[in-house]
Design a protein around this ligand. Sequence first.
Ligand code: 5RP
Length: 220
Amino acid sequence: MTSENLKQAVAEAALDYVPRGEIIGVGTGATVNHFIRALGRIAGDLEGAVSSSEASTRLLEAEGVRVLTLNEAGDLPVYIDGADETTRHLQLIKGGGGALTREKVIAAASRRFICIVDSSKLVGTLGRFPLPVEVIPMARSYVGRQLVKLGGRPVLREGFTTDNGNLILDVHDLTINEPMKLEQQINNIAGVVSNGLFAMRPADIVLIAEEGGIRTLKGQ
Ligand code: 5RP
């Protein structure tokens, strides 16, 4: 199976976790794009969706799904999103698509976070994928210097502005042995909006598409 086939398979599997008649959270990325297309088939059974990006909002609306703000919707029963890396402990790196801040807010406001990935995303230790950090523009150099002190090599994502009007530093060469500690350390740097570590609020379920089918990892 190609990587696209695996993404599509796991996106279809996620439909089983969508409660009918409710408002759900929907993430961003190629895997989620497959999910949104699948969601289109049951759009009439949904109350609506809260979207983590302008790109997903456009796709959801094209599929006939009503998009609400998180302020309108309140807490959500379920959030479905992809990831750039996941461990067996359901801790993630996200933000390859640059939507990490809204993703983190929606995950925090959701009772269940279902993460959908293909098997290439499962790692022993987080950090092979450069860690995205959203920063306000005037703090870019300062934050970069602090990230170097933490052992990373920050690289500005060229020509990219987040939906919130900010910049992304992709931090290479981090060995992330203590994801919760690093998530907090980076959050504490002045000028950081959020970082792509989802360790303090990991996924509740990770669905992994493999050649043999869908594997389900569950948290406690
Ligand atoms: C976007 C994300 C995505 O979930 C992550 O980048 C995975 O994307 P894809 O499904 O395209 O591999 O965090 O900010």
